[in-house]
Structure formats: C-alpha cells, structure tokens
Design a protein around this ligand. Structure first.
Ligand SMILES: *Cc1c(COP(=O)(O)O)cnc(C)c1O
Length: 494
C-alpha cells in the first residue's frame, strides 16, 4: 500500500491516505509515486466528468475504497458548480479554452479544494487518528477562499486563513470576510502575502506550538498544492478536455494535443504531466508565467535562480519565486534519483539557486515549452481576444493564452487547450481596464463588465457587497501566534 515516498529519500514511505494527512514528508521532501496506473482512453467518450474523476482517483489513491471515492466525487462535484459539465471546453478561433472556474469561489482551485476535505476526512478515519485536523493557510487570495469553501462544516476539521490586508482585490477581500461555517477563522494581517506566509511557516516549525496543538487534540495540516490530495483531482480535467475534443470530433483517438497552463506553484501543470504518464496523448505542456519569470529562465537555461526582485502583477496568484511542485517533475526526469533532488533543494535553500544536468534539461525540452508575458502584454491579449472573439479572459488566463500564441508560431499542427483558471469577474477592475470599452455604464466594475460584454456575474460573486461581514479581525504579523493560541481555546474537538 505504500506507493508514495519522499522526493528526497525513498525510505520515507507513505500510503495515499498517510501522504494526504501529512501533507509533506518529514524530511521536507514532497510525496511522489514511481509507477502510474494506465487509463485507457478508448473508454473516455462515454464518461461524465464525475465518472472520469472516480476512475482517476481510485486508481491513484489505492487505500481508499471505490465506494468511498464515489461518494466523495458526488459531494465535491455537485450542485455547487454553476456549469453541469464542471469544466466546459469552449472554442475561440482555432484554439480551445478549458474553463476551470465554475466552482463556488470562481477560481480553478475549487476543483481540488472541493475534494481535498473529503479525502482528508477519510484519511483521519483510515489512519485511526484520534485528533481532529487543524488547517493553517496563508493566502494571496484564491487559495484561502477556495479552502474555506471546501472545509466549512466538514467533520473533524478546523480551518484558519490569514490573508494580507494589502495586495488582494476587493472582491477577494469580501469573499473572505463573509465566509460562513462553524469551524472557520479568517483574519487579515497588516502586511503583504510574504509576511503572512512567513508567519505561518514559523508557527508550523515552532515546537511549543506543536505541543499546544497536541494538548488541544489536534494535528496540523496544510491545504496548499504540495499535498497530493490537491494534485490528484487536477489530473481529471486534462482527460476531460481530451474527452470533450473527441466527442465533438475535433481530434482522432490517440492524436496528441498541447495544453497551455498559467503557472505559479507548478501544481496545475504537474497534474498535466501526471495525466501524460497515465497515457493521455500530450505532445507539449506550455508553462506560461507572468513577469515573475523564474520558471521561464529555468526552462531556457537549466538553472533555477530565485535571487531576483519580486514584481506584483495583474495575475497575483502567479506572483511567486519558489515553485514548490517543480521538485516533483525534476525527481521524475532525474530518473527518480532522490540524492540528486536532495542536493538541488539544499542548494536552493542555502544559495537560492541550482543547475540541473544536461540529460535532465534535454528531457525537459521534450515535455515543456516555456513562455512569459508582462502586464502590458496581458492587457493587450485580454483586449484583442475580446475584440476578435467576444470572449472575456481573466489576467491569469491571458498569460496562458499568450503562451499558446507563442508556441503556435512554431507548431501549426497540434490542437492547443489553454487552461482558464479564474473568472474574469474575480479581477473585474483589471479586466474592465484592459477591455478599454469606454462605455457610459453606471455601477461597480462587475456590473460594468456584465452589461458591457453581455455576460453574467457568477452567482457566488453576485451581491457580495450585501452579504454579512462575519470576520473583522486584522492583526499585526507579530501577533499571529497569540491569535492562533487564543482561537484554539474556542475550537471544538469532539
Ligand atoms: C493558483 C492559481 C494559479 C497557479 O496555479 P499553480 O498550480 O500554483 O501553478 C493560476 N491561476 C489562478 C487564478 C490561481 O488561483
């Protein structure tokens, strides 16, 4: 059953439920598996998103029962999705867009975070863990809300989310302040995302904190994308995109296609790589990043170097200098060499940089094509795509669309699916600005977008300003530990 082990040491093993419960291996490595099950694409066409999801997840999470997975899938991908197809594929010109944002918080993180809480709850039972789980999360905007929506009122779990008081959009702020649920805490930190993230990391590694958590009959876990419980559900929509192309006769069975993925922490694109390992005919994965282009440089040169300035951009969920999940891809192209990976990660920690071997670089060139675009380019792409096709993209999607166009210049043959990771309404101000329609429409940016482009505001973003504000706390970053201690006293653990 121990199919998973650390990227840095094969001796540190785990079953799927253990890996989900732990989140990260005790040596700081990430849980990976060496063999992937094969999914026969012949059977794809007749399946729904949910059926596909059941197949993919039960083949990867060996110690979960099939009935268990089936029930989780029904709960995770039900009425809370605004589109019955869950992840519909739309056509613009000769390209395709896979819309991943029809979930409860209007960002693609819902696909995984509607599922993770169920997997975690199942893992607690399977591992006979007596303690409930406490999820601590720092968010730059999307993860926090998607995690709250997923974990609210889930048995045996408590969730605390910290978001920066500056840098997030007004819509993201309102989404968090209005969160309901009796196992949730939401608090703003005076500072930026890095401040919140650093504090959470310090809390996680503070021995005193571990004792206090234990005394409250809780164990700590994380909802970010290093958890395999967040990665595996994302494999599904790569197969589902292929299924939709087959069904509409756009491709022949077995025909290779490409995906362009707006990339930050490298979780989404890694799920695409895993889909390829499971037999999905993928020709290239296009790794599309914004001006924070550490990954772009890495794929060009083979050297990863985080010693550079951080640039806040129009696509904030991709503003990141350390892409954690890259470690998993490197593990694979190093011929699964844990020593090699451990040495790269040590170098990254101490010097902020590392360089891979020529053999690894050559392998990556066969898998990944990299692209980068700055805010000006992003605005232009949002503008031009709307003018040409009347399709409204959010800034993250626009970064990926740029990757599609760049790659297209050298490959006229393969179909390309651009992943769309957020509703344009979540970044309504930026999108309105980029469209530059200059219409005389009254109201806020969301109603402007809706009237100007004749599209509808997602249900869960509508009337956000009328929802009750339930979380007012805003604290100094130094006070975060005490805040958490204080909150623990109120946590139920029966
Ligand atoms: C998180 C996020 C991304 C980046 O995904 P990764 O898996 O971290 O690479 C892209 N777009 C949006 C809207 C996101 O919220």
């Amino acid at each position: 059953m121990n199919k998973y082990h650390s990227t840095r040491n094969k001796q540190i093993e785990a079953s799927s439920s253990e890996a989900i419960l732990k989140g990260i291996a005790q040596d700081g490595g990430l849980f990976v598996r060496d063999e992937f099950p094969f999914l026969n694409i012949d059977a794809l066409e007749s399946m729904s998103f949910q059926e596909l999801s059941k197949q993919v997840l039960s083949s990867l999470l060996e110690d979960y029962q099939e009935e268990e997975i089936n029930q989780y899938v029904e709960e995770a991908y039900g009425e809370q999705w605004e589109d019955k197809a869950i992840t519909p594929l739309v056509n613009i010109g000769q390209e395709y867009i896979l819309e991943l944002f029809h979930g409860p918080t209007a960002a693609f993180k819902d696909v995984a975070l509607q599922m993770l809480p169920h997997l975690l709850k199942g893992a607690i039972l399977k591992q006979k863990q007596k303690e409930d789980v406490l999820i601590l999360t720092a968010t730059s905007g999307d993860t926090g809300k998607a995690a709250l929506a997923g974990f609210k009122d889930i048995e045996h779990t408590n969730i605390m989310v910290f978001y920066p008081s500056v840098g997030i959009s007004q819509i993201q702020r309102l989404q968090m302040m209005s969160q309901t649920g009796n196992n949730v805490s939401v608090c703003a930190i005076e500072g930026n995302f890095d401040d919140a993230q650093n504090q959470v990391k310090q809390i996680f590694t503070n021995p005193k904190f571990k004792e206090v958590v234990k005394a409250h009959h809780l164990s700590l876990s994380s909802a970010n994308s290093i958890n395999i419980g967040r990665l595996m559900p994302q494999i599904v929509y790569y197969f589902d995109a292929y299924r939709q192309l087959l069904k509409s006769n756009k491709i022949k069975k077995g025909e290779e296609i490409c995906f362009s993925v707006p990339t930050g922490n490298f979780g989404d694109i890694l799920a695409g790589y895993y889909a390829k390992k499971m037999g999905l005919p993928i020709h290239r994965l296009i790794c599309s990043v914004n001006r924070n282009n550490v990954l772009y440089d890495f794929f060009q040169t083979g050297s990863y170097d985080r010693n550079r300035d951080f640039h806040p951009s129009l696509s904030p969920s991709m503003d990141i200098l350390i892409s954690s999940n890259l470690e998993r891809l490197l593990y694979d192209v190093s011929d699964q060499n844990t020593m090699e990976i451990a040495s790269y990660m040590e170098a990254l920690k101490t010097t902020g940089r590392f360089t891979i071997t020529k053999t690894m670089k050559a392998k990556l060139d066969q898998i990944i094509f990299a692209s980068t675009s700055d805010d000006e380019q992003t605005k232009k792409d949002i503008h031009d795509v709307y003018q040409q096709y009347h399709y409204v993209m959010d800034p993250h999607t626009a970064v990926a669309y740029h990757g599609t166009q760049l790659y297209r210049q050298g490959d006229a043959q393969h179909k390309i699916v651009t992943l769309s990771t957020a509703s344009p309404y979540k970044f309504a101000e930026s999108v309105k600005d980029a469209l530059a329609l200059d219409l005389d429409i009254k109201g806020d940016a969301m109603s402007y977008l809706s009237k100007a482009t004749n599209t509808s505001i997602p249900v869960n973003l509508k009337d956000l300003d009328k929802k009750a504000i339930l979380h007012h706390d805003c604290i100094k970053k130094e006070d975060m530990q005490n805040y958490v201690f204080g909150k623990l006293k109120g946590v139920h653990h029966d």
